[in-house]
Design a protein around this ligand. Structure first.
Ligand SMILES: Cc1ncc(COP(=O)(O)O)c(C=O)c1O
Length: 584
């Protein structure tokens, strides 16, 4: 039992005459356990082995009271031997995989403080290995990207910009940030890059702030003859704030695939701006530029915003810029989803957002395949305001993540990445075509990018039921609202699928066809469970035919076997070291 008087204890075990192979390399096998019972168990074990062979080193840490309530009964995490030493001893030098070795060292170190966290990291790998991931906003980044984040750079405060910091000792962070910004500019052909945003939402907030600051605050200060906000009179300050607040923003509405940060009423952006939304055409499901232009002429937005989370077609950014210019708006693009397709030169010319936008924002972790973070690109007009973004609009930068961004930008500049980006779209088109062939209702009849939307209403399901049924059958994707969705943003009527992650694993057309066929099998083999009244149907509960489920899991397994997630990571070894001994 997991007892209330927890102590995480470290037990150094040197079993005489046992585990000879390990002993020769590790000299001592280090064991961890996390309960008083385990502690007592080890004491009993100690008695059975000659005293000099056992060393109960010390009680490392008392766990806080209350943890036992969260932990499942029987939690006892024991790191089984020293996995790094075992790996090194059993692997010829030329076969050592530095990525795997780094993981082993990392998890060993983590487990010394928290075996539970090491346990969950390995379990996450195991979960991801079992499933095909079609979440359009996720990917698998490289080992180099991941490992650049696990180091002392996280200790550093670096408010300000390179060469102009609010803290001393930033020479190395300056070098990292300068490199990352230079690479971002080169990769996207931008005049300016700010690599500090922590995520896509941050990038958008920073962009909004910089646009307001540049186009409203700066001229106002010039008018008042000062550059110091504190020298304004109360009346001037009130006037400036009123002028900056509630400006008009026209962006793609949420139900047409826009993001929450594009002015959804419940989001901060919806309160910062006077929001107007353009929608996809009811007939075609795609953007109608003439209609957008008409609306822009009426609204006269301060910012015209393009970009999406769930729109399966390419956007003509040149046309959008023309509309923005016609109404005197700043043209902003949120390319969070498709930045990898821009970097990989799938979207070029009229379809390249950076070429046409005043300000472009993105995440770096979706199709761009970098760390979980954000980025703002702009023309030089907005550089000064963006440079003041931290600390005025954002918290301190994360130097370890900026280092990982630099690596991701370098990777994205390679010919391999271009081939990857092309592959993402080819797979996406193949998957959409195969879904249609299998009788699924793919919105707009296909896709131009990495994602597509499927309406599951016709199958008698909500998006939530379809998402859960597929996850149960080992295909992971997310439900999504559709234009004019009768089921609202929680249950939804749609599924959003993307091919960025599957393409990283090396999957191609044949796998896309198999995945579409499995999805159709599952969706057609799932029904809504009965609702609360005899004639109603649940919107959340569902029943998957057991035979369908078994068949789907088997077929997913066959695909996954050939395309393992992070193939360099030896899952059985990681499980043996960090999971199997955790009795959960
Ligand atoms: C278009 C768009 N912008 C911004 C974001 C926010 O990104 P993050 O979750 O990194 O804040 C997302 C996230 O999905 C997105 O799709």
């Amino acid at each position: 039992m997991y007892l209330s008087d927890h102590a995480v204890i470290r037990v150094r075990l040197v079993p005489a005459g046992q585990q000879k192979a390990r002993m020769t390399v590790s000299l001592a096998a280090t064991r961890w356990c996390s309960s008083r019972r385990a502690y007592l168990g080890y004491k009993r074990l100690a008695k059975k082995i000659k005293p000099p062979d056992i060393e109960i080193s010390r009680i490392l840490k008392a766990q806080p009271r209350g943890l036992e309530k969260k932990a499942r009964p029987g939690v006892t995490c024991i790191m089984n031997t020293n996995p790094v030493a075992t790996y090194l001893a059993s692997t010829p030098p030329d076969k050592i995989d530095t990525g795997f070795l780094a993981y082993l060292c990392n998890l060993t170190q983590v487990a010394k403080t928290s075996p539970e966290i090491a346990f969950s990291i390995v379990r996450e790998l195991e979960n991801q290995r079992k499933r095909i991931k079609l979440i359009a906003s996720e990917n698998y980044c490289s080992m180099a990207v991941q490992l650049a984040m696990g180091n002392l750079l996280t200790d550093k405060y670096a408010e300000g910009v390179p060469g102009h910091r609010f803290y001393a000792g930033n020479e190395n962070v300056d070098a990292i940030e300068t490199l990352a910004a230079k690479e971002a500019c080169e990769l996207f052909g931008a005049e300016y890059a700010n690599v500090q945003p922590h995520c896509g939402a941050d990038a958008n907030l920073l962009a909004y702030w910089a646009i307001l600051s540049t186009r409203i605050e700066k001229p106002a200060l010039e008018k008042y003859g000062t550059s110091n906000l504190y020298s304004l009179t109360d009346a001037q300050w009130a006037e400036l704030k009123a002028d900056m607040g509630n400006r008009r923003l026209l962006g793609l509405d949420y139900y047409s695939g826009g993001h929450l940060t594009h002015g959804y009423r419940y989001n901060l952006s919806g309160r910062m701006f006077d929001i107007y939304g353009y929608s996809v055409s009811k007939e075609t499901g795609v953007l109608d530029y003439d209609e957008i232009e008409k609306q822009a002429m009426e609204v006269k937005p301060f910012i015209l915003l393009a970009g999406y989370s769930a729109y399966p077609r390419s956007i003509n950014f040149k046309r959008m810029r023309e509309i923005a210019d016609k109404v005197g708006a700043v043209f902003m693009v949120d390319m969070a989803h498709f930045a990898g397709l821009v970097a990989g030169k799938v979207f070029t010319g009229d379809f390249d957002p950076v070429k046409w936008a005043h300000v472009a924002t993105t995440t770096t972790h979706k199709t761009l395949r970098g760390p979980r973070a954000g980025l703002v690109l702009s023309t030089s007009e907005f550089a000064e305001a963006l440079d003041r973004g931290c600390p005025l609009a954002m918290g301190g930068p994360l130097p370890h993540v900026i280092a990982a961004k630099a690596i991701a930008f370098k990777e994205a500049a390679s010919p391999d990445f271009r081939a990857y980006a092309q592959g993402v779209v080819e797979n996406s088109k193949a998957l959409a075509a195969a879904c249609i062939k299998n009788g699924l209702d793919v919105l707009t009849g296909g896709t131009d990018n990495h994602l597509m939307l499927i309406n599951v209403n016709g199958l008698g399901l909500t998006g939530r039921q379809a998402e859960s049924a597929l996850h149960e059958c080992r295909i992971t994707l997310n439900r999504n609202s559709l234009p004019a969705d009768p089921n609202g943003p929680w249950y939804t009527s749609g599924l959003r699928l993307g091919t960025a992650a599957a393409t990283t694993l090396g999957m191609g057309r044949a796998e896309m066809e198999e995945i579409a066929s499995i999805m159709a099998l599952v969706l057609k083999g799932t029904v809504a469970a009965p609702g609360k009244t005899p004639s109603s149907k649940s919107k959340a509960k569902y029943l998957v035919d057991p035979g369908v489920k078994a068949q789907a899991i088997e077929r997913v397994g066959k695909v996954q076997e050939r395309f393992p997630v992070y193939p360099e990571l030896d899952l059985p070894v990681l499980k043996e070291a960090f999971v199997d001994t955790c009795n959960r």
